[in-house]
Write a protein of this length. Sequence first.
Length: 92
Amino acid sequence: MRLADAKQKRFAIWFTDGSSFYHMGNPRRGYRAIHVNDGETLQGPAHPHSAQAAEVQAVRAVLGYESWDTSVTNNTDSDSQSNHCVAPPLVE
């Protein structure tokens, strides 16, 4: 979905990213999610030690933050997240 379409439909628009690297021999990893609509930022550590896991943790943080009835669009640079992060349909 294009960003302009998401804005017009009043979706909650998020940009997410995760990373993993070594600093002085110690693994560091984490994620950040930025809510475009109001500038809210979510961030935190990610486990285990991979950038892909950090990317998924960012999406989980967004979904945990938003209410269940909010339409969300997530923007990422992660191929693994775009191709493999699928949520099951909601059943009432």
